[in-house]
Design a protein. Structure first.
Length: 135
């Protein structure tokens, strides 16, 4: 029998199993984290403030710690990708790393802007090698 939640929530991908707990991201009234105590069969809400402007969060376990990777939006546009670690005593997400801008630009901006850039570049007289280096 599982119990412990008093409200409906939607579990999303990115669960992590750490030290007898299955953690999962949720969407409901707010984005948050739930923990399922496997031994007791109970769900618990992890009360932790989520990073501002967080999009597409995914949980993962690393060396016994709960980690979260996600994007940070600014004015509706993905601006960066971050990695956080959950500090259990203080119940807060501590930023561990941010994807370097150069890598972010290569991975994300070229993918999202590629159709626009290619159509713009095709209208100019630029060689194929130069087109590739622009994206």
């Amino acid at each position: 029998m599982t119990h412990g939640l008093e409200k409906r929530v939607a579990l999303i991908a990115g669960t992590a199993y750490i030290n007898g707990f299955l953690y999962s991201m949720t969407y409901g009234a707010t984005t948050g984290v739930l923990a399922y105590n496997v031994e007791q069969g109970q769900w618990h809400e992890v009360r932790v403030k989520m990073p501002l402007s967080l999009v597409c969060p995914q949980l993962l376990g690393h060396r016994g710690q709960l980690m979260m990777v996600g994007g940070v939006e600014e004015f509706g546009t993905l601006k960066s990708v971050h990695l956080w670690r959950l500090e259990i005593p203080g119940k807060e997400w501590i930023e561990v790393q941010q994807m370097p801008d150069s890598l972010f630009n290569k991975l994300f901006k070229s993918v999202f802007l590629q159709p626009f850039l290619l159509s713009t570049l095709e209208s100019e007289t630029i060689s194929h090698e130069q087109k590739i280096s622009c994206t």
